[in-house]
Design a binder for this molecule. Structure first.
Ligand code: NAD
Ligand SMILES: O=C(O)C(=O)C[C@@H](O)[C@H](O)[C@H](O)COP(=O)(O)O
Ligand code: ZN
Length: 363
């Protein structure tokens, strides 16, 4: 029996305006109304692996009289590439998409990031609606307006802030999501538990297997709570001038690992290692208690997430971390925890402190 959708509102992007994030089942019927009457043409961007879902969305739009096209892009991080953005711009151009037309993303976070970037840049900005199909994209990537692509030098180095007009997180999509994708998506859920909502951690600790059961009430509550954390933060700080940096907890090392793995490791897996490292760093510089630091490793491991990484990659990782967006000049800045729900920025006075903390998670 489907439960009624929950709607959360993201504010602050444009004065006086907000956009809805809907969590529920069978939400596609809401699309035409969310697009609004001015939109006549829509490009549905989806990865090859989700062709059937992309077609369902296209057909739903066509039923309402919209001209709907699809653009199929490479799967996962291969899609977050300038050549893929260029391919989408070509489709939009050849089909005369104007400023009153729209883009819809259907897929995981790689697709919401790429399609969001395409929408942000086409004619300097057209409407985008995200239909996230992975856990990670529902709870994180689709919400908040960060869009981007990777470059040879690093993760998400090119992008724009371009909030969507709506997000439709349809829990039914999780039925086909491979278990590993559910598990890696949980890293961002756990991140939000540590920075803002301890109940998230308790819900996982009470029954880790139920937490990754795609049809459980527990997972639905985790999704809603995690989105609520993100909605609250990005409503206050869209452009990451302050507290939004806390959503980057665990990401300084994570992005360097993804680069060192040539984007073949899932973002959520890298974030898991990054969280374990941030906890160790917080502990080693005196902010994070032993109990809180140990709780990171315990909860991540309870879901089978990784918490260690190769010692022999340290120098490449340090180089990668220097390109983190939180860095200022030569100074690396990390999010660490003073307590659960109390993140803060730690400005690293000497990179040898990072190496010392890394020894604790290095293999
Ligand atoms: N913009 C943001 O705020 C933000 C936040 C978090 C993460 N991200 C980005 O999101 C990306 C990671 O997202 P992800 O973990 O969803 O990875 P992903 O997009 O690569 O998807 C993972 C895999 O799951 C498949 N998949 C997705 N939904 C499916 C479904 N319903 N059924 C079957 N297969 C499905 C995809 O095709 C892919 O193979 C990274 O690039 C990360 O940088 C962005
Ligand atoms: O929304 C944010 O802000 C985040 O930092 C969420 C992260 O989970 C996400 O991976 C984001 O894309 C990282 O952003 P970046 O600015 O470090 O590239
Ligand atoms: Zn992330």
């Amino acid at each position: 029996m489907p439960i009624a959708p929950t709607t959360m509102k993201v504010t602050g992007s444009t004065p006086g305006e907000s956009y809805p994030v809907l969590v529920g089942n069978g939400l596609l019927g809401q699309l035409p109304e969310l697009l609004g009457p001015a939109v006549k043409k829509v490009l549905v961007i989806h990865p090859r692996a989700l062709r059937a879902t992309g077609d369902v969305v296209r057909d739903e739009l066509a039923k309402s009289g919209l001209e709907a096209l699809t653009a199929e892009i490479p799967d996962a991080e291969e899609g977050k590439h300038i050549q893929v953005a260029s391919f989408c711009w070509e489709v939009l151009g050849k089909n005369d998409f104007t400023r009153s037309d729209a883009v819809i993303s259907v897929g995981g976070g790689a697709v919401t990031d790429l399609a969001g970037f395409v929408a942000a840049t086409w004619l300097r900005g057209v409407k985008v609606i995200h239909i996230p199909t992975s856990l990670l994209a529902m709870v994180d990537a689709a919400v908040g307006g960060k869009t981007g692509i990777n470059t040879a030098e690093g993760k998400n180095l090119v992008g724009a802030f371009h909030p969507p007009a709506a997000v439709l997180a349809d829990m039914d999509a999780l039925a086909t999501l491979p278990k590993n994708e559910l598990v890696t998506g949980m890293a961002e859920v756990i991140k939000c538990g540590f920075i803002a909502d301890e109940r998230i951690l308790e819900l996982i600790e009470e029954d880790p297997q139920d937490a990754i059961n795609p049809t459980s009430d527990r997972l639905r509550e985790l999704v809603e709570r995690t989105i609520a954390v993100k909605v609250e933060v990005v409503s206050r700080d869209l452009k990451e001038a302050g507290d939004r940096e806390f959503l980057n907890y665990g990401h300084t090392l994570a992005h360097a690992i993804e680069l060192s793995e040539r984007y073949q490791m899932r973002h959520g897996a890298a974030v898991s290692i990054g969280l374990a490292f941030a906890a160790e760093l917080g502990r080693s510089v005196g902010y994070t208690s032993d109990a809180v630091a140990d709780r990171h490793v315990a909860i991540l491991k309870s879901l089978g997430l990784p918490t260690t990484y190769r010692n022999d990659r340290w120098s490449a990782l340090l180089d990668g971390m220097k390109r983190d967006k939180k860095a200022r000049g030569n100074q690396l800045r990390f999010v660490v925890l003073e307590d659960i729900g109390k993140p803060r920025i730690y400005e690293v006075p000497d990179n040898s402190l990072l190496f010392a903390a890394y020894q604790e998670i290095g293999e």
